[in-house]
Design a protein around this ligand. Sequence first.
Ligand SMILES: Cc1cc2nc3c(=O)[nH]c(=O)nc-3n(C[C@H](O)[C@H](O)[C@H](O)COP(=O)(O)O)c2cc1C
Ligand code: SF4
Ligand code: SF4
Length: 252
Amino acid sequence: MIFYFSGTGNSLYVAEKIRNKIGSRVIDISKAMTENQFKYELDAKESVGFVFPAYYYGLPTIVADFISKLDLTDTNPVHIFAVVTCGANCGGADRLLNTLLKGKNLHLSAFYELPMVDNFIFGYDLLSRQEQEDALKNAEGKLMGIIKSISVKGTSDKPSTFLERMLTGAIYPIYQRGRKTRKFYADNRCNSCNLCEEICPSKAIKMVNGRPEWTKEQCIHCVACINRCPQEAIQYGQSTKKRNRYVHPILK
Ligand SMILES: Cc1cc2nc3c(=O)[nH]c(=O)nc-3n(C[C@H](O)[C@H](O)[C@H](O)COP(=O)(O)O)c2cc1C
Ligand code: SF4
Ligand code: SF4
């Protein structure tokens, strides 16, 4: 069983590729949270996987919340793996995940980091279209290796270093405390298509008089709304106006 979370499609793509190889069920964490679905029964010898993006060298809050509620009662998975997609480096996310799982009496057997395309539009400009395509092609080789390892219940490529874990300790709390929505707005290119409201995993967007409004103080900061708006109408302050957008082809 593969539990995944994805804002712009990278992690969805990876979850689907793993499913194609090992024939597992795929569960959308965002949907499970909306439906309060936390109890799952595993088949005998079924592996459990988590696939999600790195946020501030740690886990998206929705993934941490989901794992803390997850109930695999009466089943003891023999193999638990995680694939964390990222722009470059996921820091000590393996340690955070391990700690969460230990709290549920579960043991992480294998952890893989997979750089794909960085979607962190809040911080800096994203790659150009061509560079995005090239980066996805480059990621395929590593993904194939990861899937091969998962299919034989292999172990992690490498654990995080002391420095990477320090980085997580310093940076991740900024994300946990931050995640503010007040800088979001839609400019006059918005054509009232409703997509942003439909896809927001925080249920933080409500259409009011044909325009999106951010109705919660905090959200997951998954960047789905800003990157996936077909009109590129959503901005975060002034700095995103001229920045490229990114959506994995699986969502197009
Ligand atoms: C809030 C936020 C924080 C991020 N932090 C990191 C990070 O710490 N390290 C990194 O390499 N990439 C980081 N990224 C980039 C994403 O992890 C990367 O683009 C990921 O593959 C996106 O997955 P998705 O398409 O499934 O949402 C961050 C992106 C966002 C939106
Ligand atoms: S996705 Fe973009 S165009 Fe559609 S309603 Fe939201 S802001 Fe408007
Ligand atoms: S408001 Fe936008 S960035 Fe925040 S959770 Fe919703 S879709 Fe993601």
